[in-house]
Design a protein around this ligand. Structure first.
Ligand code: KG4
Ligand code: ZN
Length: 335
């Protein structure tokens, strides 16, 4: 079976053709980073406008580059939720129009489910496993018992970790998206400023990053001659320590010693290094996808869609996007 994956939940317009037998046929991602960069974050209206402008030419390019006959698409997998509603609308309208035109089924996918299963494109993971989702919109820990069976263990009470990266980068005048820039800059330093680690030692599996972000701002105000490298390094070390400690706590609480780390921030080189070492030292299995699969893409949406389609899940043509259906609920909704 061959599916087209459609992803427009935030600031990447992404399309992919995926064959359940042979793997990825084609994969295109158009980043809007240059459009949002002057604002230091995603501007929803601009994002929707860019998706609208780009999605059809991108689809044409995908078909041309892969020399693919549109009639061979068996079903269309698309991100239904969560995301910026105006951006989701574009991808959903495109998917619906194509499904109507080709007379093929529509398969709704949850963006976070896509992230979780990005790992499966490289290697299958046995159930149950823990999923740490770290992106621009989410910092969540889930216990995944099976496909579609997601148990929420904890999440951020305020900013997502990727959002904190982007905001700190903005304070330092580094551009958008901030994650990859801070990642690179932090390599130039070993000077650690002590920063707060909210909720680090409480018993919950929740996170909080807004205090950390404010602490960075205060540090910048207090000490005028700071090196950006040192701030980037201190912020990143703090973030990675928090993420690891909460993951270890989740392992301890659930007894599940299999962890996948997904979402844009899982592309972070220091996070990968620290988690890899911890997995060896503490003896848990660790799965982190290739950085191209960590950040938003449509291959993961196609893969998750194929898993849903296999289970007989499709959506009617009048389905509408939703800004935020919780993952747990989505698993139950469409099964
Ligand atoms: O998953 P994603 O592409 O989009 C959302 O679903 O939000 O994640 C985007 C986030 C951005 O905040 C970006 O700064 C962050 O992922 N990011 C990184 C790195 N690459 C992307 N954060 C830290 N280190 C990176 N190398
Ligand atoms: Zn994402």
């Amino acid at each position: 079976m061959i599916t087209l994956g459609v992803e427009t939940s935030c600031d990447e317009t992404a399309l992919a053709l995926y064959d359940t037998e042979k793997g990825v046929i084609g994969d295109i991602i158009l980043s809007q980073a240059v459009v949002h960069s002057p604002f230091g974050g995603v501007v929803p209206e601009l994002s929707a406008r860019e998706h609208t402008r780009n999605i059809l030419p991108l689809f044409d390019r995908l078909l041309k580059e892969t020399n693919f006959d549109i009639k061979k698409i068996d079903f269309i997998s698309f991100t239904l939720t969560p995301g910026l509603i105006l951006s989701l609308v574009v991808g959903v309208a495109f998917a619906k129009a194509l499904a109507y035109e080709l007379n093929k089924p529509l398969v709704p996918v949850h963006h976070l489910e896509g992230h979780i299963y990005s790992v499966f494109l490289e290697r299958k993971v046995d159930y149950p496993f823990l999923a740490l989702i770290v992106s621009g919109g989410h910092t969540d820990l889930y216990l995944v018992r099976d496909f579609g069976r997601y148990e929420f263990l904890g999440g951020t009470l305020d900013d997502a970790v990727g959002e904190a990266y982007d905001k700190v980068a903005k304070m330092l005048g580094l551009g958008y998206p901030g994650g990859p820039i801070i990642d690179r800059l932090a390599k130039e330093s070993k000077k650690l400023y002590e920063l707060p680690k909210p909720l680090l030692n409480d018993d919950s599996l929740n996170f909080s990053f807004s205090g950390l972000k404010t602490a960075v701002l205060n540090l910048l105000k207090r000490e005028k001659s700071l090196r950006k490298e040192d701030v980037a390094y201190s912020f990143q070390e703090t973030v990675v320590e928090i993420l690891l400690k909460k993951t270890l706590k989740a392992i301890q609480k659930t007894g599940v010693k299999r962890v996948v780390v997904v979402g844009g921030v899982s592309a972070n080189s220091r996070l990968r290094e620290v988690f890899r070492r911890a997995s060896e030292e503490k003896g848990f299995e660790l799965y982190i996808p290739h950085p191209r699969l960590s950040t938003d893409n449509a291959v993961m949406i196609a893969y998750a869609g194929a898993e849903r389609f296999k289970r007989g899940i499709t959506a009617p043509l009048d389905i509408n996007p939703q800004p935020n259906i919780p993952l747990e609920e989505f698993g139950r909704l469409f099964t």
